[in-house]
Design a protein around this ligand. Sequence first.
Ligand code: PLP
Length: 381
Amino acid sequence: MTATPGPDRPPAARPRVRTDLDGLPLFRGGAAEPGTIGLDCNESPFAPPAAVQAALSGAARGLNRYPDNASADLTARLAERHGVPPDTLSLGPGSVGLCVQLIQIACAAGDEVVVPWRSFEVYPTVAGTAGALVRRVPLTAGHALDLPAMAAAVSDRTRLVFVCSPNNPTGTSVSRSGVERFLAEVPPDVLVVLDEAYAEFTGLEDDPLDGFGLVRDLLRQGRTNVVALRTFSKAYGLAGLRIGYCLSAPPVAELLARVAVPYAVGSLAQRGAVAALDCEREVRERCRHLTEERERVRAALLDAGWHVPVSGANFLWLPAGPAAEAFAAHCREQRILVKAFPGEGVRVTVGTATENDAFLAAAARFAPLDAGGAVRPTPLG
Ligand SMILES: Cc1ncc(COP(=O)(O)O)c(C=O)c1O
């Protein structure tokens, strides 16, 4: 019989685990809720292309075997696609898995990680798992990364800097020349991570970043401290498969492999990603459709008096300030899920045209909380 805790039983001693993890925020994520329109997780609204689904069912019969730990087929395909040697590529269980590995190879307790803020909420958490200290550098008034301030925040204890472009949740992008100026300020032994989870939705900017192209160029010049991350979760619509990839100097890739969880990238993920690369035209068409929808939704919101920064991603940022939670709650009442950042704003993912229309209708029904324009602030220009 198993012992059950009771009032007469002394509380079990706590195992000797790290107490510095107690303060780490718990990542809750957003699970699909039946009967709602989910615009809260920056997912693709489209099911994976039929050819990807077919490849996945075909691959199911081999699931009694472990996956290829080197993901050789997929690595070769990505190397060819990006014009880089295979030993510069690492695959991981989502690009977030690679963020964890990058922190593991760069940081020990007491080291510092510089992040823009607000940005992807996982950065401070993964830094915290290594006991690293996080220096948050505020965004500019225009909701963009302040690269000069981030460079100034780098100290001799800094081991890693996250540069998120387009930035989650604000959608703003940094330019290639801006990043080059930033890199000129950062010591060449500090790892700089260009997180481009939404790269495929950009394209309207002057001087676009293309971090993969930049890292490729830097590697040819012998600069080894800059890496770029991409994912199959967003543009490719494979968030449920959990697969992302990293371009880095080979010694960095080798370290990433050393800390990787064995077989972390499953065979379905590898097979699905290869099949998705075969559907490039369809994927590009979907991205084009979503970026058009993004511009349509943004224009409608601007017309209605909202302030909405230009976005290069598959989501929009509404800096609603104190009304953020009320607006998200209002949307939820209309069965539409958006992501609130209390006191700051609301991030809304671009969905299908029908979903976007439902969101716009809900936004139009939202009564501003005060006449001073907290919900619909004066545009910043
Ligand atoms: C900026 C950014 N990076 C990385 C990720 C992680 O993506 P995944 O782990 O699904 O590849 C996300 C997910 O939302 C993101 O917004």
